[in-house]
Ligand binder design. Structure first.
Ligand SMILES: Cc1ncc(COP(=O)(O)O)c(C=O)c1O
Length: 440
């Protein structure tokens, strides 16, 4: 419902498909099976009472009552291969720390040294008083990694997508995105003044038909995830770049789950396909492989200069903290010096994937360390997640709106620092619980 309201308020909505207005909705209480009789469906608020929907929102409390609520679980230890939740040690299979660097001593030391030198915050945006030399050093290092002329840091990856897409896609222009794009891309597209069109997941014919219907003179940006964050599959970038090129569209790739995973020394999706020159904008985040918080956009110098003066989430928000910058710089250094980490991440992925396939799980089209175990049922997703935690595994249930209703899955993600023993332990437990729910 949130999406409906936002979209209805747009001056110009998606051009050609009413379904473009219907993003998957969060599950309402009445959509949850096995609900107690007293569950009430959410209702529209009484006229004028903005908080009625708040009082009518029962889904979370009802899941809590059933002991199935899987969100905001509190971890009281470092983000590592094992974490402590409510005094229980569990194996972490739900982290985006692909290279296992979040608790690395050198990275922690670098963050501490940055606090000593610069203090704890920047107290302003990059635009005004918040630009530090360490920001420039990090931008330069990232430019070398992804082989782009210029880079701009933002305080989160979410802000990159909001700030870049909304600044570039003006009135009368178009942004075209895959339907499985990350929420931050969708929000950037909704914030933009131009028209927002979508195509079915990785359907290149649909992309082409969208582009064909746009007037040739209009500016166009095609934006996609490099690695899709829930499904773990990879965009077919060569075909996408060819089609975009034929229609004069610029290409932006979100490499949140590709940096440190794909490409030469972890440089991301464009590097993986040898297409860096054809991807105009490469977006990345520091909250996954790079053990920190923040994000970046890489492009040619003119585009970056334009963003510096037009991107509101950059100009009107405080800059990345020095400790976060220093942590990323240290993580980049380790990633370059220890390429065996990426190799180990892929070995772990292969071991887990083979084991899950042997057990008979449905893994969709995953090609990366993100392994979706499809359960295709909302309540089963919550129940499996709970059972796995009882068995000592932390996994994430993924339900609408992160995936379409009916495509519910358990998201398993590997880290370079998982041991064979941990992977085998996970497979044993997943096999046991999978059998209980008839998934294998
Ligand atoms: C594909 C994708 N893009 C962007 C983001 C946002 O990144 P950040 O956590 O840095 O805000 C995420 C985070 O979940 C993501 O998965």
């Amino acid at each position: 419902m949130i999406y409906h309201e936002k979209r209805a308020s747009l001056e110009e909505g998606p051009a050609d498909e009413s379904e473009d207005y219907n993003l998957p909705q969060p599950p309402a209480a009445h959509e949850i099976n096995n609900r107690p009789a007293h569950w009430e469906p959410e209702t529209a608020g009484e006229k004028g009472d903005i908080l009625e929907k708040v009082r009518n929102f029962k889904t979370a409390s009802q899941l809590r009552e059933l002991g199935l609520y899987p969100y905001f679980r509190t971890i009281s230890s470092a983000q590592d291969t094992e974490v402590i939740i409510e005094d229980q040690k569990v194996l972490m299979l739900g982290s985006n720390s692909y290279l296992g660097l979040t608790n690395h001593p050198e990275i922690k030391a670098a963050a501490r040294a940055a606090v000593d030198k610069y203090g704890t915050g920047c107290a302003g945006s990059r635009f005004l008083n918040g630009s530090l030399d360490i920001h420039l050093e990090l931008e330069e290092a990232l430019g070398k990694l992804v082989k782009k002329e210029a880079v701009l840091l933002y305080s989160t990856g979410f802000q990159v997508n909001l700030g870049v897409i909304s600044a570039l896609v003006g009135k009368g222009e178009y942004v075209i995105g895959d339907k499985s794009n990350h929420a931050s891309i969708v929000e950037g597209c909704l914030l933009a003044q131009g028209k927002f069109l979508r195509f079915s997941h990785k359907d290149m014919a649909a992309l082409e038909s969208r582009l064909q219907r746009i007037e040739p003179g209009a500016g166009k940006l095609v934006v996609v995830d490099g690695v899709f964050s829930m499904e773990g599959d990879v965009i077919q970038l060569p075909e996408l770049c060819r089609i975009a090129g034929e229609h004069g569209a610029a290409v932006m790739v979100d490499d949140a789950h590709s940096i440190g995973v794909l490409g030469e020394r972890g440089a991301g999706t464009a590097s993986h396909f040898g297409l860096t020159d054809q991807v105009h904008l490469i977006m990345g985040t520091f909250s996954k492989s790079l053990a920190s918080l923040g994000g970046f956009i890489a492009s040619d110098a003119e585009t970056i200069d334009y963003l510096k003066h037009h991107s509101r989430p950059l100009i009107f928000s405080a800059s990345m903290s020095p400790a976060n910058c220093a942590a990323v710089l240290a993580a980049l250094k380790i990633m370059a010096q220890e390429p065996e980490r990426i190799a180990q991440l892929w070995r772990n992925t292969q071991r887990m994937k083979q084991g899950l396939c042997d057990l008979g799980f449905d893994l969709g089209d995953s090609k990366t360390p993100i392994l979706p175990v499809y359960v295709r049922d909302l309540m089963v997703a919550f129940k499996v997640c709970k059972r796995l935690q009882e068995e000592g595994l932390f996994v994430n249930p993924v339900v609408s709106p992160a995936v379409a209703p009916g495509q519910e899955l358990i998201r398993i993600s590997l880290m370079a620092t998982h041991t064979d023993k941990q992977v085998d332990f996970a497979l044993e437990k997943l096999g046991k619980v999978g059998k209980e729910f008839g998934l294998t």
